[in-house]
Design a protein around this ligand. Structure first.
Ligand SMILES: [Zn+2]
Length: 248
């Protein structure tokens, strides 16, 4: 049992150091993810505005052509009016002319609408492009920061991962599962804690003297009745917690 306890303490030592390395990254991973999201949203918005403007330009050109056609028709009808044989023919042509004039008015109204929307889109695009440029610079800076942290800790991280594997192999499966379960359940990732000055070092609740005695005997696993962490004699803990880390 004492070998199991030793392996557990060593494993906890490695995991505590790994947790410290993770904390060095701070909020950087989250901040980077947030920036990437914001940038993607802005890019989508920009793309939509640009597409809308291209479509508006196509429609505007078609409307210009329509206006030209209508103007030509009006000219032709007016010419024909000079050579009509009766007022019925004249009126029929007048009606055609009115229709073409209305077509021109409608087209111009629509062109104004399109122009207005295009101008608004251009403002949005300009603003978004500026914002995007800022955000991309921020993202780049954060990524460089994170890379620096990772580069600094990469070697130690790999070493510790190896040590973790070795320690895990020495712990019997039942205890390994208990260890991982307790670790997931506690806030600071410490499943194995020493008893310091008569208290659990995980939740700081007092450990009864009888239990402290059992803990010092090292022949069974003693769980803190308040937080569920595995309790270890302080001297034993201090002796072994850094075994695998020191080996580096
Ligand atoms: Zn406790």
């Amino acid at each position: 049992m004492i070998e199991q306890l030793k392996a557990l303490v060593e494993l906890q030592g490695v995991d505590t150091r790994l947790d410290e390395l993770d904390r060095l990254q701070g909020d950087l991973p989250d901040e980077i993810a947030d920036l990437e999201d914001t940038i993607a949203q802005l890019e989508t918005r920009l793309e939509r505005c640009r597409t809308e403007n291209v479509q508006a330009e196509v429609e505007r050109r078609q409307l210009e052509l329509d206006i030209k056609t209508a103007e030509e028709l009006i000219q032709r009808y007016e010419q024909q009016q000079l050579h009509v044989r009766n007022s019925r023919e004249y009126d029929a042509l007048s009606k055609e002319i009115e229709e073409q004039k209305q077509r021109i008015i409608d087209a111009r109204t629509r062109i104004e609408e399109l122009t207005g929307r295009t101008l608004r889109n251009m403002e949005i695009i300009e603003e978004a492009e500026q914002k995007l440029q800022e955000l991309r610079l921020q993202l780049e800076a954060k990524r460089r920061e994170l890379e620096a942290v990772l580069a600094e800790t990469e070697q130690e991280y790999a070493f510790l991962q190896g040590q973790r594997e070795l320690a895990l192999q020495r712990v019997e499966p039942r205890l390994r599962q208990a260890y991982e379960r307790i670790r997931r359940g506690v806030r600071n990732g410490r499943a194995i804690v020493p008893v310091r000055r008569g208290a659990c070092d995980g939740c700081y609740n007092a450990v009864p003297p009888q239990r402290q005695l059992e803990i010092r005997q090292h022949n069974r696993i003693v769980i803190c009745e308040h937080c569920g962490r595995i309790l270890i004699d302080e001297a034993f803990y201090e002796e072994h917690a850094r075994n695998l880390i020191r080996a580096q």
